[in-house]
Ligand binder design. Structure first.
Ligand SMILES: C[S@@+](CC[C@H](N)C(=O)[O-])C[C@H]1O[C@@H](n2cnc3c(N)ncnc32)[C@H](O)[C@@H]1O
Length: 302
């Protein structure tokens, strides 16, 4: 794809631009084979570019010039670039000023985000999962495993869940999660924030059960904390002891090397009372040439 074609595609994708977060270019799924190093997000008044590989100077200049044209044409206020291939992935402010508190909006829910971290504070490809949970969470007791900044908790609590238990070993992520509830004026009296290593805290997690909805959204690999290839089954082995009679499980995985069969087989082996219902379809703003390599959200029902 030539740079002019890329520009046209971005302009097309920005036609319905509004304050909601939108991935306006997603190269990571290799769908646009010569741009797998690039993602571009529209975050209200911020245009956010991530470069995953170092480019030749000429190509880098050409790309950033095109993006600056887009920035001006659509009247964005701030242009931020993250060079993800650099060690600490610092963000550069290319245009405008950066507010102290930045917010992303997904399905009318607000999230605190920060451009100082590699991950800005929420995972936009999981919108399908968040929306699914908001449709089923009313009056339910929800367990949100690997909650990060509590995105699922916001969806569930906004939809009227009776209780949400968020578990993540990162206290920082949970602190942002709590702030995210306040940002959305959600009452936190029935929202729990548990800063534990999930693999070592089953008794504490079980105390708040049984759960009507269980969300499992782990990293594919985090050194010393979780490796999906060997640890995913440890979670599934515990499921039945945490679940209510008609529990719904959202089992997610974003490891390109582990496919849907990997998850289904673990359920068959260790939690066969849960039947596979469906896989949630990924958003078309995150195109991929191989769906098995992209985000998998599988629904199982007891
Ligand atoms: C992919 S993120 C979860 C994203 C989140 N569900 C969402 O929708 O935004 C993975 C999280 O798992 C947490 N984590 C990794 N290993 C863990 C463990 N053994 N126990 C608890 N949390 C863990 C990390 O701190 C990180 O916040």
């Amino acid at each position: 794809m030539k740079i002019e074609e890329l520009k046209e595609l971005i302009i097309e994708n920005l036609k319905d631009k509004n304050e909601e977060f939108k991935r306006i270019f997603h190269g990571r799924g290799n769908f646009y084979d010569d741009y797998n190093f690039l993602t571009i997000d529209s975050i209200d008044e911020v245009l956010f570019i991530v470069l995953f590989d170092e480019l030749e100077k000429k190509k880098d200049d050409e790309l950033l010039k095109m993006i600056k044209d887009i920035f001006e044409f659509f009247n964005y206020k701030t242009l931020v670039l993250q060079r993800r291939y650099l060690d600490k992935s610092p963000c550069e402010l290319l245009e405008g000023t950066l507010k102290e508190n930045n917010i992303a909006i997904e399905s009318s829910i607000k999230y605190h985000i920060s451009f100082t971290n590699k991950n800005i504070g929420f995972f936009p490809d999981m919108k399908v999962g968040h929306d699914y949970i908001s449709n089923i969470a009313k009056d339910k007791n929800v367990l949100n495993l690997f909650s990060y900044t509590c995105a699922f908790s916001l969806s569930a609590s906004k939809a009227g869940a009776s209780k949400v238990v968020n578990v993540d070993m990162s206290k920082t992520a949970l602190t942002i999660g709590r702030k995210n509830h306040h940002l959305n004026n959600l009452d936190t009296s029935n929202i729990y924030f548990m800063p534990y290593n999930i693999l070592k805290s089953w008794n504490r997690i079980k105390k708040q059960g049984p759960y009507d909805i269980i969300i499992i959204d782990p990293p594919s690999f985090q050194k010393g904390s979780f490796a999906a290839s060997k640890d995913y089954e440890k979670i599934i082995k515990k499921l039945d002891s945490l679940a209510s009679e008609e529990c719904v499980v959202l089992s997610a995985l974003n490891a390109p090397e582990l496919d849907t069969v990997f998850i289904k087989n673990i359920f068959k082996k260790y939690a066969s009372v849960f039947k596979f219902e469906k896989r949630l379809e990924n958003m078309n703003t995150f195109p991929s040439i191989d769906e098995e390599k992209s985000l998998k959200n599988l629904i199982f029902v007891k």
